[in-house]
Design a protein around this ligand. Structure first.
Ligand code: HEC
Length: 127
């Protein structure tokens, strides 16, 4: 096998691996993270959930941390962890930056709405 053939093979294999990774990533979106849940969550984030008030309209941070950067103070950024954090909030003694987050951000959204807003937050950091 000459150099060019080998190079061609390497490129072909790399392309294959790349495609498989992309497919795997799409397939790995957690069950609750559907386009419909993300759209509902977007509205909740900016309205009834009050999230925008502390995390900013673009969710890039304010009183509360940036939710778009893939860096997490609490948990690993998985959908389940986000649902848990939003449900319980961050009590004062667990707040890493000294400011607590009330359960559900102090809003009165339902558990179903928490799941939708968590799907939205998940989508922001898993593009
Ligand atoms: C009153 C202000 C406030 C509101 C309203 C609020 N948060 Fe927070 N949130 C915070 C603060 C402050 C923290 C980080 C606490 C710390 O320093 O550990 C936080 C942390 C988080 C985290 C964990 C971030 C990480 O890096 O691990 C998530 C996820 C989150 N909030 C989502 C939401 C969602 C969704 C809503 C709306 C339902 C919401 N928050 C409403 C203040 C708020």
């Amino acid at each position: 096998m000459d150099y060019r053939t080998r190079l061609g093979l390497v490129v072909a294999v790399a392309a294959l691996v790349g495609t498989r990774q992309a497919v795997a990533q799409e397939a790995s979106a957690p069950a609750g993270v559907t386009p419909a849940a993300i759209a509902t969550g977007d509205t909740i984030f900016h309205k009834s959930g009050l999230c925008y008030a502390c995390h900013g309209t673009n969710a890039e941070g304010g009183v509360g941390p940036n939710l778009t950067d893939g860096e997490w103070l609490h948990g690993d950024g998985s959908y389940d962890t986000i649902v848990a954090t939003v449900t319980t909030g961050v009590p004062a003694d667990k707040a890493k930056k000294g400011i607590p987050m009330p359960p559900k951000g102090g809003s009165s959204i339902t558990d179903e709405e928490v799941k939708a807003v968590a799907a939205y937050v998940y989508s922001l950091s898993h593009k």
